[in-house]
Write a protein that binds this ligand. Structure first.
Ligand SMILES: *Cc1c(COP(=O)(O)O)cnc(C)c1O
Length: 417
């Protein structure tokens, strides 16, 4: 493997080389808000990716839990191709053919097979789905009752409001002043949550498994306690399922592990298998807080994206994607905990973090990439795995083997210094 490494060339050159290996540009035309990429991918099929040099990689990150059906899935590709030749966009001033169908399919997923009685707003991303939820909560609460309580270590997006909701103060600093009306509490601590509430609180907003925060699942006591508190006080229980939704955790939605019924559910990542689409589902009486004109989007719910989502949801149902996530997740966890230097494998289904003892997770992720395995360091000490839900035992064996070798290589390199 001959991917550029940070030892051999400067980050700027590496960035330029990966972004435009053949363009011969003397400066990178992209903003520096992302770190220098080590590789440029040009093709994907199932769980495999190929880079611009022709090297192959096993993708156990799925573009951050997005391509849950693997790359270039034939049903999604066909739906996108067909739709693109017929109608791409007309705006939400008019009806289009897939959005009510997709909304109905999502409502059934929320009800775990039965209609859940909710309604859906479509948008283009996770942050937008969360913006819709936050605006809905403010509309529901009314004046003076607008606060959304979130957890520390949560991640809800990068727009100003979703950044304010995100429970990572180090990410807030550079962007003050942030929108008001967010309060943060310690994760999985029901007493603290209860103490944080007053008459100004409209909603509690939580991830069933904190994804970006390090793959930290909620406890069942916590989610059930939150639901009880919300019912007692007439506060909305909102869950951010942008990363956990649509089969990833072994259920259609992460909250279903905890036997609760949230009022508002946001989703995005896996919904289009790579075509940008987000959605905010709400119980009908909550959704009724919105009147025409309260919220809108130009692109959200357009035929290209909803055609992709329709193909994704039909395929996920046909292959029982949640069941695959459950069984493959159990198989991979069992193999991972046996590896040297692995102290814990946490998460649900196929959203997992491998906690390492005394090994830099960033170095391990970089070594994996050099050796043809795509994963990422979700914390300084943990590797995140979010493979396609379509993986088979052979892919697990290949990934676990590579990961073991890369951990060993990083340990050996640090001991030889
Ligand atoms: C990725 C993510 C978001 C943000 O989604 P974008 O599509 O990047 O805006 C929000 N919430 C959670 C839980 C996420 O994992």
């Amino acid at each position: 493997m001959t991917t550029p490494t940070s030892e051999s060339i400067s980050p700027v050159d590496a960035h330029r080389a990966a972004v435009s290996p053949d363009a011969g540009l003397d400066r990178c035309p992209l903003m520096p808000n992302y770190g220098p990429p080590a590789v440029q991918f040009v093709r994907g099929e199932g769980p495999y990716l190929w880079d611009s040099r022709g090297d192959v990689y096993l993708d156990f990150l799925s573009g951050l839990a997005v391509t849950s059906l693997g790359h270039s899935h034939p049903a999604v590709a066909a739906a996108v191709a067909e739709q693109s030749q017929r109608l791409l966009h007309v705006s939400n001033l008019y009806a289009t053919e897939h959005n009510a169908v997709v909304a109905t399919m999502l409502d059934q997923a929320v009800g775990d097979g039965d209609p859940a009685g909710g309604q859906v707003f479509f948008c283009n991303s996770g942050a937008e789905a969360n913006e819709a939820a936050i605006k809905l909560a403010r509309r529901f609460g009314g004046h003076g009752r607008h606060v959304v309580v979130c957890a520390f270590q949560s991640f809800h997006g990068r727009t100003l409001a979703t950044l304010a909701a995100t429970g990572q103060p180090q990410k807030w600093e550079a962007f003050q002043p942030l929108p008001e009306g967010f309060r943060h509490v310690v994760w999985n601590d029901l007493d603290e949550l209860e103490r944080s509430l007053d008459e100004t609180v409209a909603a509690i907003f939580l991830e069933p498994v904190q994804g970006e925060g390090g793959v930290n699942p909620a406890t069942i006591e916590y989610f059930q306690g939150v639901e009880r508190i919300c019912r007692e006080r007439d506060i909305l229980f909102m869950v951010d399922e942008v990363q956990t939704g649509l089969g990833r955790t072994g259920r259609w939605f992460g909250f279903q592990h905890f036997d609760v019924s949230p009022d508002v559910i946001t989703m995005a990542k896996a919904l289009g298998n790579g075509v940008p689409i987000g959605a905010c589902w709400a119980k009908a009486d909550v959704a009724a807080s919105f009147s025409p004109g309260d919220h809108a989007t130009t692109f959200g719910g357009q035929p290209l994206a909803t055609a992709a989502a329709r193909a994704v949801l039909s395929t996920m149902k046909a292959i029982d994607a949640p069941e695959r996530a459950r069984s493959m997740g159990a198989a991979i966890s069992e193999a991972l905990v046996k590896l040297p230097r692995v102290t814990e494998c946490r998460g649900l289904g196929l959203l997992l973090a491998v906690e390492l003892d005394g090994v830099d997770a960033k170095l391990v992720a970089a070594e994996c990439l050099k050796n043809g395995l795509v994963v990422n360091a979700v914390t300084p000490t943990a590797i995140r795995l979010a493979p396609p839900l379509t993986i088979e035992e052979s892919h697990i064996a290949e990934a676990v083997n590579k990961l073991a070798g890369c951990i060993e290589a990083v340990v050996a390199a640090s001991e030889s210094i």
